[in-house]
Design a protein. Structure first.
Length: 178
């Protein structure tokens, strides 16, 4: 039978490893590699006509308040399947709703088509935003692309994060404002 000090040591060791395991489970590895000390600041479930589509989670450095000028990551965890073309079409449709028609939407659609993959239930996309003109996309932990385009961070991620998104209340909650 192990001694009392050995049991105490194991108890402390388990106590020290549990938060790391919980942290690892909640923060995707690609986010931990790209953003210093990331913490979740908001999470929402997105539904359409009562059907759950995906969950969205926002991570910032050290759990700081969301700011466009600071690095952050947006994770979308899908609850159902969507084709690549459906994802691109929906993104461009929302971009047009937010901005009106712009000449570069076709270029953005082409770039997104190269980044996006068809999704099934439980698949995840993560967009890492470190600068105004660049977005890094990961699909289930693997990098799919890096989009370079003027203002791409606010333009594309504004679909979920801006006050002019389809659901401003969910956007505020996602940004940790609720």
């Amino acid at each position: 039978m192990p001694g009392k000090s050995f049991i105490s040591f194991i108890t402390i060791l388990i106590g020290l490893t549990l938060p790391v395991s919980a942290y690892s489970a909640t923060v995707p590895g690609e986010v931990r590699k790209q953003i210093s000390a990331p913490q979740k600041i908001g999470q929402v479930q997105v539904s359409f006509l009562g059907i759950s589509m995906y969950s969205a989670t926002l991570f910032t450095q050290q759990g700081n308040a969301f700011a466009w000028a600071k690095p952050f990551a947006l994770k979308l965890q899908y609850k159902r399947s969507f084709s690549r073309s459906r994802l691109v079409k929906a993104s461009i449709s929302e971009l047009e709703r937010l901005e009106g028609k712009r000449e570069d939407h076709a270029q953005i659609a082409q770039k997104l088509h190269g980044c996006f993959k068809p999704v099934r239930k439980s698949d995840r996309f993560v967009a890492i935003a470190k600068s105004r003109n660049s977005l890094h996309f990961f699909f289930n932990g693997r990098k799919t692309c890096n989009i370079q385009h003027s203002g791409i961070r606010e333009r594309v991620l504004g679909i979920w994060l801006s006050d002019r998104s389809r659901n401003a209340q969910l956007s505020r909650k996602l940004r940790g404002k609720n």
